[in-house]
Ligand binder design. Structure first.
Ligand SMILES: *Cc1c(COP(=O)(O)O)cnc(C)c1O
Length: 590
């Protein structure tokens, strides 16, 4: 058996290799001494994220933020960026979703067994919450790339015997519970995470906070650096994901003092985290040298919210290999060899013959339809224009915008038939989000003789790969400026699926009207009232569907093939996480 040297990626025979070390309870083999030392002593980036989406079986993510963290890890492993990721084990996941015939979401715990996928690390550490010492142990998951790169992912877990029952539950539910529960989780993630990395003796050069949930790590770093904020700033990078003030993670100082007591001086907290309440975004912002938003538009919104701070933009991307379906991978391998490691090459999509592209698309569409039939017993028609909409069910995403004028929708469907596939979970406390699901089910009934509509339960990474490759058009209708980035449309583009979206987040950068897809509503710099916005959006939504998208799909297949090609060559080549991570390395990490 041959394994790979985790430092240089070269194959080594474990039987013959003289260079092996046991770290974190695992044996690694190297081709020479230099690689072994390089691996052991390499300065690493510690990437902190409350949620990480590695695969569907590890349900420790709720949506785009976690999937982005997963794609960050996947690309880092391929590119051999020396990263170690830290997150919570979330033993009961986010939620498992079932939907009744009437459209009511029933959520239940999504329990999983960490020992099936990972090994327990020898170290454990303690954090103080409410005057009690709480033990934290850690699980190690190793993400291995085919290039030989490895990214360790550390999952923090408080479910150990010596902890009180209440404390054992801290790492149960992702985004579950009240404010106090959340703050406890953030103490475990930020402060516990730093302590675990210390216990593992890693040489950490930069701490990257993926959203503000892990900002408390800066307090522990302050303490370790003689309360010198400049020293801490030198070690920290922060990516904000929230575009509006109301959505920032904030805690009252009463709650903070109740849980943290006087672990860290209150004056320090207020100086860096805000006078009235502890604002996690502000804390990270004040103690990070590098701060970035996730698209250019999001950088601009953030800059307005925080005048005086320097905020740059690193536009998100998706991990090309995972988000390209098997049929398109085969095509790219044949015509664009090397694409998976260098997705920029997708710009050279033109040599792929139209008929091969279309066949690959139909195979992906067929797979999706078989999956829908299996799950819902609803039969979809492969020849019909199919529109997909899947993401977290929450109000600003406006999943029901397409149904605003049912008469118009019915009329359009007579000119050229459409089918719709939806998916998405609502947070258990998000009544508006649950209502959206209920409304889609109502429309399903109202339209059942005319438009086939499928709602897939329990949206996850597996379903997302099928959906973003198997529909013809990917619809996104967020209310600006709430979509900081959005990434599912980038996944669609990797599979030649056309984007039809509101101009917010990444689509402002991705959309070339009529070339890479179509926009809905006014451009982002136009100042416009709510009512007028809605009118313009509905007008685009229905008119472009009726007069551009449907006729092109049904009557101008050559033009449609050009559009599919553009989606790959003008979107996927750029909106991928390899490009994103190369930028993090040169702009945030080095
Ligand atoms: C990509 C992805 C998302 C993010 O979708 P957006 O439309 O960008 O919000 C959410 N959930 C899952 C499972 C995904 O794969």
């Amino acid at each position: 058996m041959v394994v790979r040297d985790p430092f240089c990626g070269m194959p080594v025979d474990p039987e013959k290799s003289k260079f092996k070390v046991e770290v974190w309870g695992k044996v690694y083999y190297f081709c020479n001494e230099r690689c072994m030392h390089g691996f052991l002593e390499a300065p690493r980036i510690a990437y902190f994220s409350m949620e990480i989406g590695i695969k569907s079986e590890i349900p420790t993510y709720s949506g785009g933020l976690g999937v982005l963290a997963g794609d960050t890890i996947r690309s880092s492993a391929d590119l051999k960026i020396p990263l170690v990721a830290v997150t919570l084990v979330s033993r009961k996941g986010y939620l498992k979703q079932r939907i009744t015939e009437k459209g009511e979401q029933i959520g239940s715990p999504d329990e999983w067994n960490p020992s099936k996928f990972m090994s327990l690390l020898p170290s454990d550490v303690r954090v103080r919450i409410k005057g009690r010492d709480i033990g934290i142990r850690a699980w190690l998951y190793e993400h291995q790339s085919l290039t030989g790169g490895v990214v360790p992912v550390v999952f923090l877990d408080t479910d150990i015997e010596k902890n009180a029952p209440e404390d054992r539950a801290i790492t149960d539910y992702l985004y579950g519970g009240d404010d106090k529960y959340r703050l406890k989780q953030e103490i475990v993630l930020g402060i516990g995470g730093i302590k675990i990395l210390e216990a593992l003796n890693l040489n950490i050069k930069k701490y990257h906070m993926n959203e503000g949930h892990s900002s408390l790590l800066t307090l522990e770093l302050l303490r370790n650096n003689g309360m010198n904020p400049d020293k801490v700033r030198n070690q920290c990078a922060f990516t904000t994901h929230t575009p509006v003030e109301a959505a920032f993670d904030k805690f009252s100082y009463d709650t903070v003092q109740e849980l943290l007591e006087s672990e860290y001086p209150l004056e320090i907290l207020k100086e860096f985290g805000g006078r009235d309440r502890l604002n996690m975004t502000l804390l990270a912002l004040n103690l990070s040298q590098h701060v970035n938003g996730v698209t250019t538009a999001h950088m601009n919104y953030s800059q307005k919210l925080f005048p005086g701070y320097h905020i740059s933009a690193i536009t998100n991307g998706v991990y090309s290999y995972l988000w390209t379906c098997q049929y398109f991978r085969k095509l790219y391998d044949k015509y664009i060899p090397g694409w998976a490691n260098e997705p920029e090459l997708l710009v050279r999509v033109d040599p792929i013959p139209d008929d091969e592209l279309w066949d690959a698309h139909l195979l992906a569409k067929n797979d999706l339809f078989n999956f829908c039939k299996e799950r819902t017993d609803i039969e979809l028609d492969i020849d019909i224009l199919t529109i997909g909409f899947a993401r977290r069910a929450t109000e600003y995403k406006r999943a029901t915008l397409l149904f605003s004028d049912l008469m118009r929708l019915k009329k359009i469907n007579k000119r050229g038939k459409i089918q719709l596939i939806f998916a998405g979970k609502a947070h258990p406390k998000d009544l508006g989000g649950k209502m959206l699901i209920k409304k889609i089910y109502d429309y399903m009934t109202q339209l059942k003789d005319e438009i086939t509509i499928v709602y897939l339960e329990n949206y996850n990474i597996d379903i997302a790969t099928k959906l973003t490759s198997g529909v013809d058009v990917w619809l996104n209708t967020p209310l600006p400026p709430f979509e900081a980035s959005g990434t599912s449309g980038m996944k669609a583009a990797h599979n030649g699926v056309m984007n039809f979206s509101v101009l917010d987040g990444w689509w402002i950068e991705g959309c070339i009207e009529g070339v890479t897809g179509w926009s809905i509503g006014p451009p982002p710099d136009e100042i416009i009232g709510d009512k007028e916005r809605r009118t313009r959006e509905l007008d685009d939504l229905y008119s472009k569907l009726e007069y551009i998208i449907i006729p092109t799909f049904y009557k101008m297949r050559d033009e449609w093939m050009d559009l599919m090609t553009n989606s790959i060559g003008k979107i996927a080549y750029y909106f991928n996480s390899h490009r994103m991570m190369r930028r993090y390395v040169t702009e945030a990490y080095l």
